[in-house]
Ligand binder design. Structure first.
Ligand SMILES: [Zn+2]
Length: 254
């Protein structure tokens, strides 16, 4: 066995089993990679961007040696990443650019998937999808995986993702907007919350028979999902949704 220590920066300590500790010492079998050692602590590779040994960067495959002391940096928000002059840019561990607009949510995040679709983002979700299926969908389309499951995000096939810290769905969306630099790309009501299909405006006369009489008398704007044919109209719930989005955007810009 060998003993190594990690100095964890940012909110990384909170992702381990002992959130109060910034410095962790591990006893490990020889031949362990730095990625295996860090994921053993509970931190998926999607959450770390730079590992330094003696002030110099190492890659995921680097084999740890006895008495090594590593400094581990979290993934910056994509907005900060775009604006900042990051040290060791070439040695960063996350694929660049950090910004993404396509996602796949794990099977516990149905509410987040619907919300991201309502914000206009291409988001896959199935309440019966296995972790292997989610990882495959992510790899196939270059999607970032959004999850509360460390095991899912530790999978090799997951190149980009986010371990969601919040439990509240609006706060989760704010995390996603910040992490993937989406503030300038929000396009409310471009997608169907139910199936991820694109919405297109339709004339009232085309859909009038499907609209309750009371709504038909005052509502003029209608949208149809191209995939599942669900009909949306700009009712009072849309105004509430706009207010909710405004509050999320304000939080994301803070
Ligand atoms: Zn639909």
């Amino acid at each position: 066995m060998i003993a190594i220590s990690f100095s964890l920066l940012g909110d990384l300590p909170a992702l381990t089993g002992a959130p109060g500790l910034r410095h962790r010492v591990l006893g490990l079998p020889a031949q362990t990679s730095v990625k295996e050692a860090l994921e053993d602590l509970g931190i998926p590779h999607t959450e770390m961007d730079l590992v330094l040994l003696g002030g110099l960067p190492v890659g995921w495959a680097h084999r740890v040696r006895d008495a090594d002391r590593y400094e581990v940096h979290p993934v910056p928000d994509a907005t900060a990443d775009r604006n900042a002059d990051l040290p060791w840019l070439q040695a960063r561990l996350q694929p660049r650019p950090l910004a993404r607009e396509r996602f796949v949510c794990d099977r516990h995040l149905g509410r987040l998937a619907r919300l991201l679709r309502m914000l206009g983002f291409d988001t896959l979700y199935g309440n019966d999808w296995s972790e292997a299926e989610i990882a495959r969908a992510a790899a196939r389309d270059g999607r970032a995986v959004l999850s509360c499951s460390r095991q899912l995000l530790k999978r090799r096939a997951v190149a980009a993702g986010r371990l969601l810290r919040a439990r509240d769905v609006d706060t989760q969306a704010v995390e996603v907007i910040r992490r993937f630099d989406l503030a300038g790309h929000v396009n409310p009501f471009a997608r169907c919350g139910l199936c991820n299909g694109l919405l297109r405006p339709v004339p009232k006369s085309d859909v009038a028979v499907r609209v309750p009489l009371r709504t038909r008398s005052w509502c003029e704007r209608f949208f149809l999902c191209e995939r599942c044919d669900h009909l949306y109209w700009e009712g009072t719930h849309v105004q509430k949704m706009r207010e909710r989005i405004a509050s999320m955007m304000a939080e994301a810009g803070r």
